[in-house]
Design a protein around this ligand. Structure first.
Ligand code: MN
Length: 229
């Protein structure tokens, strides 16, 4: 055993559906601007550009949702429901045609965002981290393993707050589909088993308050329930 100066603590994990096994999380990548209707609602240019990526810390993952504390410093805390890919095989510069073989499974996540801090950073030419990479910023459902099958390209994705539907889209509306995202991301980074990718959100993002109950679903793949406390 290495002689640590203190115990390093557990590795973040996400349960795998249908088993008692855990998926050990290495990195959490997120895609910005991947649905046309969300690009328009944010006031950005709707022309198809290369996808861009940012990260959340792996310990921001909240496996299976549950209670999420309202984060500090924000007055505009937003939900973004997202289709999540879980990488199971190493790869660099992965061709689109091979991308599916690198995906262990799929899940449903919420890219929680301190929108006011994100926009202050963006408008000041600073990194987005303060708006995106805070504690508890990534609730995620259990992972549905694909067992070598194709990565889903079509499924309804929904999020409601206190029973009112706020986001209602379909992952086939993604500008860059799952295979293209894996291929693109692997041009910047060597993807490794344990990497998780939040693939962007459809329109309808909006504010959350303490006490709000979030119900999210990805058709045929997962459900996720979160309460803001
Ligand atoms: Mn997002």
């Amino acid at each position: 055993m290495p002689d640590y100066v203190f115990e390093p603590g557990p590795r973040p994990t996400i349960p795998v559906q249908g088993t008692d096994k855990l998926f050990p999380v290495r990195r959490v990548y997120c895609v910005g601007r991947n649905y046309l209707d969300h690009i328009v609602e944010m006031g950005n240019d709707p022309n198809r550009e290369e996808p861009f990526f940012f990260q959340k810390p792996s310990d921001a993952i909240v496996p299976l949702g549950g209670k999420v504390p309202y984060p500090p410093l924000t007055k505009n805390f937003h939900h973004e429901v997202e289709y999540v890919l879980a990488i199971g095989k190493e790869g660099f510069e992965i061709p689109v045609a091979d991308a599916g073989s690198h995906v262990f499974g799929v899940a449903l996540g919420i890219d929680l965002t301190r929108r006011d801090l994100q926009f202050e950073a963006r408008d000041g030419g600073r990194p987005w981290e303060v708006g995106k990479a805070f504690d508890h910023a990534g609730p995620c459902s259990a992972i549905k393993p694909l067992n070598g099958g194709p990565v889903p390209k079509s499924a309804a994705i929904k999020l409601s707050v206190n029973g009112a539907v706020k986001q209602n889209g379909d992952i086939r509306m993604m500008i860059w589909n799952a295979d293209e995202i894996v291929a693109q991301l692997s041009r910047s980074y060597r993807l490794m088993p344990g990497d998780v990718i939040f693939t962007g959100t459809p329109a309808g993002v909006g504010p959350l308050q303490r006490g709000d109950k979030i119900d999210a679903s990805l058709e045929g793949i997962a459900e996720l329930h979160v309460e803001i406390v």
